[in-house]
Design a binder for this molecule. Structure first.
Ligand SMILES: NC(=O)c1ccc[n+]([C@@H]2O[C@H](COP(=O)([O-])OP(=O)(O)OC[C@H]3O[C@@H](n4cnc5c(N)ncnc54)[C@H](OP(=O)(O)O)[C@@H]3O)[C@@H](O)[C@H]2O)c1
Length: 296
């Protein structure tokens, strides 16, 4: 099968499409025939080498939507099931940017009935991240939350989930994204570069760091998206960062919320797997609204 990998770190041209043996599922795993796989900022990070690991070959891709094609042992999944999954890990032999991928059954959920595979592929990583950062903040209905990077994938899902939980959301994004972020359920908007009024918590999807911490009221909360890189606590504010985890049951809930219209999976453009380099180039250009999705 074909798979996108990187062996020498670099720009988009570092991505290679290689022929490899189709992986076989082991115990507690299934193999998915990939229908669509989103490209995320973390894939660009692995490709460029910011996580290290020089001299090895890494498979790219975390998000997948597709059809169960083989099962390793007793599992609730059957060949032919339409599923989505998060294939977690920066240092994988093979990722979801491939024709087939093997994932742990605990990372899998039934695909949302309301979405085609291209849109379903835009759900796992960033909807899980949004849910897990909100869980970390543990806000009550009526409390205030400012989301930075509000027009992005994490930011958009975070606004929708927070609004659904009864939290008052302020979106922090480029002026041109006001209507978009309000459509997600933000009740206030602050244009990038403007100082917001104090809030109970900040979900810092744009990784602004200490400047965004300054917008949190005393004894509030801050959560960041770069593992291990939260600003130091001050004024009684709880600060932390989240590393997303693969969680099939949480992903099942997020798929249900998608079918109920709470979450919107956004896709900007699709690329054939053979054009993965072009997709990386487009991502690097910036300003993409919605995910770029690879189709084998
Ligand atoms: N820790 C984890 O496990 C985990 C999981 C998922 C994602 N992440 C990280 O979360 C971050 C967001 O991911 P994503 O997929 O949502 O990215 P994305 O879709 O590219 O969105 C990022 C958004 O932030 C905006 N932005 C950048 N700088 C900003 C600033 N100073 N103020 C306001 N907005 C700003 C961007 O706008 P422009 O396009 O106009 O620049 C874009 O709309 C990434 O760093 C990603 O790696 C971490």
């Amino acid at each position: 099968m074909r798979a996108a990998v990187v062996t020498t770190f670099g720009g988009p041209e570092a991505v290679e499409i290689v022929e490899v043996e189709r992986p076989a599922p082991g115990a507690g795993q299934i193999r998915i025939k990939v229908a669509a796989a989103a490209l995320n900022p973390v894939d660009a990070g692995v490709r460029s080498g910011i996580f290290g690991g020089a001299g090895q070959r890494f498979g790219l891709g975390w998000d997948v939507a597709g059809t169960v094609d083989a099962v390793g042992d007793a599992t609730e999944w059957q060949v032919g099931d339409e599923v989505i999954a998060l294939h977690h890990g920066r240092f994988k032999q093979l990722g979801t940017h491939a024709e087939y991928v093997v994932v742990d059954t605990g990372a899998v959920a039934k695909a949302p009935a309301s979405l085609d595979p291209v849109h379903a592929a835009a759900l796992p990583l960033n909807a899980l991240m949004a849910a897990q950062t909100l869980d970390r903040l543990a806000l009550e209905p009526g409390q205030s939350l400012l989301v930075t990077g509000a027009a992005g994938a994490v930011g958009g899902y975070a606004i929708q989930l927070a609004a659904h939980r009864g939290i008052q959301v302020t979106a922090y994004a480029s002026e041109a994204d006001e209507a978009l972020t309000r459509s997600f359920g933000a009740t206030s908007f602050v244009a990038r570069g403007t100082t917001p009024a104090p809030v109970d918590a900040v979900l810092d999807a744009a990784f602004i760091g200490a400047d965004a911490l300054a917008w949190v009221r005393d004894d509030g909360a801050y959560v960041g998206v770069i593992p291990g890189a939260a600003p130091s606590p001050e004024r009684g504010i709880r600060t932390s960062s989240v590393e997303v985890t693969a969680n099939g049951s949480q992903l099942t809930t997020l798929a249900r919320l998608t079918d109920e219209g709470v979450l919107t999976a956004r896709v900007a453009e699709t690329f054939p797997l053979t054009d993965t380099t072009k997709a990386h180039t487009r991502l690097a250009e910036g300003g993409v609204r919605g995910r770029l999705v690879l189709v084998p």
